[in-house]
Design a protein around this ligand. Structure first.
Ligand code: PGA
Length: 249
């Protein structure tokens, strides 16, 4: 059976009190299902509250949306991997499209962040994906390969096997236009080929970008998808509890 991962990216939403209320509802509506994990990426200020609320459930885990690569020091406004761990985080999103395109994060930044996450024992979830212009120009696979090489090129097999990749086409994020299951699957195959070329066969590959209750079953019917990374449709705990129960063949 596939171990499916449903990851919620709350972005800049849900404060600590709201996170506690969210988990109360979610835990009541969603009991553990074999072969499924539910992960949550709250804003940094809510990580501790979320981690506390998720702590009794083995199938639930909390991570941060970003880290800075230095472990500590004079970097006002930033959160390091060791600090995130202290707050209860066990994973970190790295290179989310909004980090790359709103905040100018580079492939080299993502490389340093993946290394910092792994050094602190956080699971690094690397986000990759092309813009609409890149897709229209036929550059999707070249962009994804460049992002993979930039962030993961220096890792050995054991480190690669610990990474999770989230393929999130930029044009699909928050737009209501998801990639078709076939398109997502084709890029996932390329990602797995890149990993296999370096001897890594265990890394999980998720799809993200306008996943919702209407399209999740069709997407997860593709066996190339080990799960989904979801923004908007994860913000309501009742709807998210339903989405995490999406039937998957
Ligand atoms: P969306 O966001 O589900 O709202 O499109 C996904 C993401 O940015 O991770």
């Amino acid at each position: 059976m596939r171990q499916l991962l449903f990851a919620a990216n709350w972005k800049m939403n849900v404060g600590p009190d709201e996170a506690r209320a969210y988990f109360k509802t979610f835990r009541a509506r969603y009991l553990p299902h074999e072969g499924r994990d539910a992960w949550f990426f709250p804003p940094a200020v809510s990580v501790e509250a979320a981690a506390q609320a998720a702590r009794e459930r083995n199938d639930m885990l909390v991570g941060v949306q970003d880290i800075y690569w230095e472990p500590k020091g004079a970097f006002t406004g930033e959160v390091s991997a060791p600090l995130a761990v202290q707050a209860g985080a066990r994973a970190a999103l790295i290179g989310h499209s909004e980090r790359r395109h709103v905040f100018g994060e580079t492939d080299e930044d993502t490389r340093k962040k993946v290394a910092a996450a792994q050094a602190a024992n956080l699971v690094a979830m690397l986000c990759v994906g092309e813009t609409l212009a890149e897709r229209d120009a036929g550059h999707t696979l070249a962009v994804v390969n460049r992002q993979l090489s930039g962030a993961l090129g220096g890792l050995d097999v054991a480190a690669l096997d610990r990474v999770i990749i989230a393929y999130e086409p930029v044009w699909a994020i928050g737009t209501g236009k998801n990639a078709t299951p076939q398109d997502a699957s084709a890029v996932h195959k390329e990602i797995r080929a890149w990993l296999r070329g370096r001897g890594a066969t265990r890394a999980r590959v998720l799809y993200g970008g306008s996943v919702n209750l209407k399209n999740s079953a069709a997407l997860l019917a593709e066996h190339e998808l080990d799960g989904v990374l979801v923004g908007g449709a994860s913000l309501d705990p009742e709807a998210w509890a339903q989405l995490v129960q999406t039937p998957a063949a």
